[in-house]
Design a protein around this ligand. Structure first.
Ligand code: SF4
Ligand code: SF4
Length: 346
């Protein structure tokens, strides 16, 4: 597998990485087997997060005894030093490693989050100390907000940026990627298949492969998924005229339905977490049912019924999404899935 330089980290990583969200859904044995299959196929960049329940532990089991040559990335959503300290300790323990190659601040999507991270004696101080001690090799950040992502790159405090990038959410090509290159910040593309919305894997990866310095991290649940993507990497990367036409058609069809999770539509007058509701089918595909159909996600989904149809969110969405209509569709679909799940579990 081709390796590329991940910005100023100077780390060489496989061009195709492993996204660790979906392995939470399968049995531990299946999860371990799929990570091992990725390693066999030459994937050396593995991304997970403290928040992905069993993901770190399962990855730790799969890489046990074969740490060398792997670039392990994980992340924490902590915004205080104490919380981050406990997250970092837990990640090291769950992964079963003595150091983490890339430690990322998870989902920094507004100015308050950045301020908290960079506060004197705050989380950045702790990660910097961990870096000096060799426990963390490099420091990165992830975001869903384009404005914020650009701010994060410009701070020059982060060595990598992870941002959604696919042929539908393609704003990075003109906006974020050139800036990241200018600052020599490594670019990691999350959601290369738009969170499961894009079925045409060949077109999705041929689109991304035109950017030679972008590492993509598709979420992988089954061995055949990674095998299919790896086979595309081995083919000529240029799209045929028919593939180009199909991509244009898909952009037209899906572009007005796909929520980028940027949260520019907020604040909702009824405090509905709009982007969560709009992306629920992607979560259902990737997360364990017990996390999706109960607890905080279920509570958030119930809030969708409170929409007063004030329309303020639609005025703010830069992509012109018909939020009210789409939210109703997603909420109805979710409630039907929840009923099905309850019936199966009874
Ligand atoms: S239309 Fe509904 S979702 Fe949008 S801001 Fe108003 S209440 Fe919130
Ligand atoms: S609905 Fe529009 S503004 Fe809101 S998160 Fe999605 S893409 Fe962003």
């Amino acid at each position: 597998m081709e390796k590329i330089r991940l910005g100023r980290t100077e780390m060489m990583v496989s061009r195709l990485g492993f996204g660790g969200i979906p392995i939470q859904r399968v049995s531990e044995d299946e999860a371990v087997a799929v990570v091992k299959r990725c390693l066999e196929l030459g994937v050396t960049f593995i991304d997970t997060a403290n928040a992905y329940t069993t993901s770190e532990r399962r990855i730790g089991k799969a890489i046990s005894g074969r740490r060398e040559g792997l670039i392990l990335a994980t992340k924490s959503g902590a915004r205080t030093r104490a919380e981050l300290e406990s997250h970092l300790k837990l990640s090291l323990k769950q992964l079963g490693v003595e150091y983490i190659d890339l430690y990322q601040f998870h989902n920094v999507s507004d100015a308050d989050a950045l301020k908290a991270i960079l506060a004197p004696n705050g989380p950045m101080g702790l990660v910097t100390e961990a870096k000096k001690a060799g426990v963390v090799k490099h420091i990165g950040v992830t975001s869903h907000s384009m404005d914020m992502a650009k701010e994060l790159v410009k701070t020059d405090r982060f060595e990598t940026i992870m941002f959604p990038f696919n042929f539908i959410t393609c704003e990075s090509a003109d906006e974020l990627l050139p800036l990241a290159r200018e600052h020599d910040v490594g670019f990691i593309a999350m959601k290369p298949l738009a969170g499961g919305l894009i079925d045409n894997v060949a077109i999705a990866f041929k689109y991304l492969l035109q950017f030679p310095d972008v590492v993509s991290i598709p979420g992988i649940e089954k061995g055949h998924e990674i095998e299919e993507i790896v086979s595309i990497l081995g083919e000529p990367h240029t799209m045929t005229a028919a593939e180009q036409a199909e991509m244009e058609r898909l952009i037209q069809e899906m572009g007005k339905k796909f929520c980028r999770r940027c949260d520019y539509c907020q604040p909702c007058t009824e405090e509905i977490p709009i982007s969560l509701v709009m992306n629920i089918s992607s979560w259902v595909k990737r997360m364990p049912p017990e996390r999706i159909f109960s607890g905080s996600i279920a509570e958030s989904m119930d809030k969708a019924a409170n929409c007063s149809k004030c329309g303020e969110c639609e005025e703010r969405c830069p992509y012109g999404l018909p939020i009210m209509e789409l939210m109703e569709e997603h909420a109805n679909w979710y409630q039907a899935e929840k009923k099905k799940h309850a019936a199966q579990s009874a």
